[in-house]
Design a protein around this ligand. Structure first.
Ligand code: JFZ
Length: 466
């Protein structure tokens, strides 16, 4: 009998029916998440509606193109200083030749707009430490180059003119600053690191003062123990910046709590405004938080690399990822790495044009849209504008049957379906299942079927998870 009880006890344990199942007690955190659920203000709604963005990696490394003294380094080109172990004095030579085309800022802003990007993230300072604006806190900046003037400011103005929002990438990790520390082994490390932290904080305030139109910061380089084990610093920095501009959008990559947990605090709650860990990968279903995916065109190059290796994504792959992100309630941001002289390599220009052409025709299924609330099917992705009774079926895989399946929820019916105003035959099956019959002649690329639905009282924006 005793052993039977024991067996029952252990099998219950295995199946998770015993005390473990009760929710873990909440850890009291001073520097953890500051909010339950998503932000509901208009600045965040604007960011969320963008859905498509562009990220630009540009710095001194762009001149090297992934090689140093004739040796090619396949690993990320923006890491050339570390990859080739270049001493500071030698790396400094790149200052003397940093002289991009004066039209580059305008050209880039125009290209972002052309691609259909609603926002651009630009590296103001990457790990190498070079600043793309004339900073009063360092000479390792654009002012010390033949270009002289404020490259970043010119780019921000050009984006403002194009109506494209700007977010500033800033690397906390700094290979150049003498007070940066990877870990704090003793009090003198701590004293130096605090000097660095004040330097970085002042630079960030400087950026906000100089460019008040920026919508937020895209932080990076926060994974070292010096930052992780001093989570309160990231908390205080975030507060300090929000004091200047309360609407700022700041992803989760900046933050650590007092237990060293990053992105999500020790209670599993997101710190910051959106999940910023979706780097070169996408989730499989809508998430409860806002999120953003940043994607490279080749395998893992952010800065300009003259020799791309591995699979290079084409426009339809990127368009499908953008559609998937929208269908899963996230934003999709495509990276470009301009060359040292500010020009954009032909592969990137072509992709931007192709994506832009598709977005011009189909962008209303992306911009301002989100998850449909319905189950996505194998043929592609479903998106919906807030409260709209119109669903966008973005088709990437045409079924051999010639029919698209759509599974509605109880009480909903399809009124009509069309490709570019050409009505399609809609067949009702049972249990809310509908079959949309595709015509024989179909566009040569991904296309959108607009599906009008009678939602009854079923779908509210909240139910549709938009
Ligand atoms: C970082 C940088 O090191 C890189 O140069 C680039 O700027 C990129 C956008 O960000 O690289 C990372 C950071 C985080 C992850 C992967 C690469 N991550 O969380 O998987």
């Amino acid at each position: 009998m005793k052993s039977l009880i024991l067996i029952l006890f252990f099998s219950a344990l295995l199946h998770g029916q015993l005390p473990q199942d009760t929710p873990k007690p909440k850890i009291e955190l001073k520097y953890g998440s500051q909010r339950e659920g998503r932000r509901t203000d208009s600045d965040m709604a604007r960011w969320r509606g963008h859905r498509l963005g562009m990220i630009i990696h540009y710095g001194l490394y762009s001149q090297a193109g992934g090689a140093w003294k004739g040796v090619n380094y396949a690993y990320a080109a923006e890491f050339i200083k570390a990859n080739a172990k270049v001493p500071d004095e030698e790396y400094d030579q790149l200052l003397k030749t940093f002289n991009p085309d004066r039209n580059a800022p305008k050209n880039w802003a125009r290209l972002a707009k052309q691609m259909g990007a609603k926002y651009v993230v630009i590296t103001t300072k990457h790990h190498e430490g070079f600043c793309l604006w004339p900073s009063k806190y360092t000479d390792f900046d654009v002012e010390s180059t033949p270009y002289k003037t404020d490259f970043l400011g010119e780019f921000v103005s050009a984006c403002n003119e194009q109506g494209v929002d700007v977010m500033l990438y800033y690397s906390i990790l700094d290979w150049r600053h003498k007070s940066w520390r990877y870990q704090l082994k003793d009090e003198s490390d701590r004293a130096e690191f605090m000097k660095y932290w004040e330097f970085a904080s002042s630079q960030l305030e400087e950026l906000l003062e100089r460019y008040p139109s920026v919508k937020g910061f895209w932080f990076d380089g926060t994974w070292d123990s010096s930052v992780k084990s001093n989570g309160y610093l990231t908390f205080e920095l975030e507060q300090r910046l929000r004091k200047i501009n309360p609407g700022l959008i700041i992803g989760s990559r900046l933050r650590a709590d007092e237990t060293g947990a990053r992105h999500f605090d020790a209670n599993g709650q997101l710190m910051g405004d959106y999940e910023q860990g979706w780097e070169r990968k996408l989730p499989v279903e809508p998430l409860k938080n806002d999120w953003e995916c940043v994607m490279t065109i080749p395998e893992n190059q952010w800065g300009y690399h003259a020799k791309w290796t591995g699979h290079v994504k084409d426009s339809i792959e990127l368009i499908e990822m953008a559609s998937k992100c929208t269908a899963l309630d996230g934003n999709f941001v495509i990276n470009i790495g301009p060359m040292g002289d500010g020009s954009i390599r032909s592969e990137e220009t072509r992709l931007i044009q192709e994506i832009g052409a598709w977005i011009t025709a189909n962008g209303d299924a992306i911009h301002g849209c989100g998850a449909s609330g319905l189950e996505n099917q194998n043929w592609g992705w479903l998106t919906r504008r807030e409260k709209a009774d119109e669903i966008n079926a973005i088709v990437f895989n045409i079924p051999i049957s010639g029919r698209l399946t759509i599974q509605l929820r109880k009480g909903e019916t399809i009124k009509s379906a069309a490709i570019a105003n050409k009505k399609l035959e809609v067949e009702e099956d049972s249990g809310g299942r509908y079959l949309i019959h595709l015509p024989k002649e179909l566009p040569k690329t991904a296309f959108v079927v607009k599906v009008q639905v009678n939602t009854g009282n079923q779908i509210t924006a909240e139910a549709a998870k938009i």
